[in-house]
Write a protein that binds this ligand. Sequence first.
Ligand code: CA
Length: 229
Amino acid sequence: MQTVLVIEDESSIADTIAHGVEREGYVAVRCERGLEGLERLKAGDCALVVLDIGLPDVNGFDLCKAIRAFSDVPVIFLTARDEEIDKIVGLEIGADDYVTKPFSPRELAARIKTVLRRARDGPAAKAAPPAPGNGLGIDTDKLQATYAGRRLELTRSEFRLLSLLAAHPGRVYSRESIMDTLWGAGSPSLDRTVDAHVKSLRAKFREIDESLDPILTHRGTGYALREGL
Ligand code: CA
């Protein structure tokens, strides 16, 4: 049986997660503190880590970086609503996925399965990072994106939309989840706002290459970034 390490200081949430993963046939190991979790991970035999961002002793992002220094173990972040802006950053520093609180145990279990399957299928199944100067490049420090070595002149919202989609090429993001991530949950923005940003983003790609349509529309569902850009 595979072991899922749950690093979460709120015991009610940790309980929910542990029950959820055990119901799916995994063994759950719980740690309330980040450094304790790191030690447990170093001891070996963990297939996946569910990592809370807000821990009492260390920030989840820093812990993820520390994990990445010695391990490729899949990491799923747990984020609170007000930390949503950090999601994109989280994925950039090597997390494999994230789940926003409050979440359903079913949703988390589905994410765990997907991430473990991807890990099992090997790195070839993961999206390859874009080569610099070729294909799509995203610099989250400078808030700049490039395609084929040319700079895309994006607004902040367009940049964040592109970063979100590029975190998982091929994955379909609903308009609702895009809105939640870009403008916060319960924002008064309309679905059309997302459509308008997608439209302007497409136009900016076309300025570089007329035949380029990097964003796929899934009717009634949402948008995805084309794989292999
Ligand atoms: Ca917490």
